[in-house]
Design a protein around this ligand. Structure first.
Ligand code: URP
Ligand code: ZN
Ligand code: ZN
Length: 488
């Protein structure tokens, strides 16, 4: 099977140029002027932009939390991703164990902690992901640490899992102490792995939450007020300092506070191998959104900050201090008592209403996987905040490099897998829940006017999105065993 994309404008992380692309089977065979092929299907991409498929480095599908589960699974979330131009996702595997707590794991990161088992945890997640519709990879949550776990970390490399997420918050549940994080950084360094860090001050949060509740401060804004920005800034500096001490790389996930950009800049200028990811929600929204009557829609951790933080994060992208934009896609229904229709069937999943009287019971997380590329195109590239090449770098090429998939993914070069988006820069969309395939009852960008949207999306040479038509399939996605990544 061959496909010839004619007359498009290719956008890569470094260049913009006119060329044709010949796809044969699953890969890009040739890129050049005036290509021909005796029996390829020809697609005229005149006036369109051609980019490598997006890579979302941060998702949570089918994740049990707060007595419910994130409402997109490894099929519905993948489908939504594809409609937004994303062809590879990286999901976090909770560290679990076949044995019940306290002897074993604690049901995917909740409740009392026990000794996790990597193989068991990955097997569980592999089973959930059998319905994958786009390509996917896993990060491992390192939410427990002891000598046995330390010995087993390097074997994750054999599974193609080269990344570990650590938490400086969620005391007693997901957090491990700083000494264990330091040891994990050294193990990662010695094995070509990368530690990813959730940076907040868990001790301060645990002090503030009971005070807020005791004072009757139970509304969504108190979620943000009990997780203050200086804790995120300090934890980012702390992780970068530990990375320096361990001579290891570290990647700060979901950067949300302007001060984190300052810390990243400072430590990168010192030569520390620290990289960072922000998410669209931290570029556009503030604690003001949590004060709205429907403020629970914006509850995630870390929380929304201020407009000043939004601006500094944009600067982090435009100045190249921050390397990637992920979504932290972890959707819940706003009102999980009312069904929505998804692929012709009604579905109801308990959601944010679980915490209507107590912000600590609101499931943490937001939808965003389909929104990421279209929203960043219009309000990033279109608004002149980032260039089209930076867009491709942050959306695709940098995650491919950092997470050990480049140039198989994230590149428009002969030999790369033909994950390709044909982007219509003129297409106007009034965006919102009706337009989105994310399986939830709301969209954070409701009513936003977009200019520029994916027209066709190819996964390894197969057309999976054609305008508004879904041509992908359950099980059409493939697990990507990753190698050693680059430090950007
Ligand atoms: O609220 C969020 N972000 N939920 C997902 C878990 C995490 O820390 O990324
Ligand atoms: Zn996190
Ligand atoms: Zn996350």
């Amino acid at each position: 099977m061959a496909t010839l994309l004619k007359n498009g404008t290719l956008i890569t992380a470094s260049d913009t140029f006119q060329a044709d692309i010949l796809i044969e089977g699953e890969t890009i065979r040739q890129i050049g002027k005036d290509l021909s092929h005796p029996n390829a299907e020809v697609i005229d991409a005149k006036g369109k932009l051609i980019m490598p498929g997006g890579i979302d480095p941060h998702t949570h599908f089918d994740l049990p939390m707060f007595g419910t589960v994130s409402s997109d699974d490894h099929y519905t979330g993948h489908k939504a991703a594809a409609f937004g131009g994303t062809t590879t996702v990286m999901d976090f595997v909770p560290l679990d164990s076949p044995l019940p707590a306290p002897f074993g794991g604690a049901s995917r990161g909740e409740g009392q902690r026990g000794q996790g088992d990597f193989q068991y945890s990955v097997d569980q997640w592999m089973k959930k992901a059998e319905k994958a519709a786009i390509d996917y990879s896993f990060h491992m949550n390192l939410t427990d640490f002891n000598e046995k776990i330390a010995r087993e970390i390097p074997f994750l490399m054999d599974m193609g899992i080269t990344t570990l997420k650590v938490f400086t918050a969620y005391n007693g549940r997901l957090r491990i102490d700083d000494g264990s994080i330091f040891k994990a950084l050294r193990i990662a360094r010695d094995n070509g792995m990368l530690v990813m860090a959730h940076c907040e001050n868990g001790d301060v949060i645990e002090a503030l939450i009971p005070e807020a509740l005791a004072a009757g401060n139970t509304s969504p804004e108190h979620h943000a007020l009990t997780r203050p920005a200086p804790g995120a800034v300090e934890a980012t500096l702390r992780l970068a300092a530990m990375a320096e001490e361990a001579d290891a790389p570290v990647y700060i996930v979901h950067m949300n506070a302007g001060g984190e950009v300052d810390m990243l800049k400072y430590m990168r200028e010192r030569g520390v191998k620290v990289m960072g990811e922000t998410c669209p929600q931290y570029l556009f929204f503030t604690i003001g959104h949590l004060r709205r009557p429907d403020g629970a829609k914006w509850i995630c951790s870390p929380p929304m900050r201020t407009e000043k933080d939004n601006s500094r994060l944009w600067e982090g992208l435009s100045e190249g201090i921050v390397q990637t934009v992920g979504t932290d896609h972890c959707p819940f229904f706003f009102d999980g008592t009312k069904p929505i229709v998804y692929e012709g069937s009604e579905i109801t999943i308990p959601g944010k209403e679980l915490g209507k009287d107590d912000f600590t019971k609101i499931p943490n997380g937001l939808p965003g996987i389909q929104d990421r590329m279209p929203v960043l195109w219009t309000y990033g590239v279109g608004a002149g905040r980032i260039t089209p090449n930076q867009f491709v770098a942050y959306m695709s090429t940098n995650p491919a490099k950092i997470f050990g998939m480049y140039p198989r993914k994230g590149a428009l070069v002969p030999g790369a897998e033909a994950d390709i988006v044909i982007w219509d820069p003129q297409k106007k969309v009034r965006y919102g829940v009706a337009h989105s395939h994310q399986r939830t009852d709301y969209n954070l960008y409701e009513g936003w006017e977009l200019t520029g949207y994916p027209d066709k999306v190819f996964l390894r040479g197969k057309l999976i999105v054609d305008g508004s038509e879904w041509k992908g399939s359950r099980g059409g996605g493939r697990f990507i065993k990753r190698g050693r990544g680059e430090i950007l």
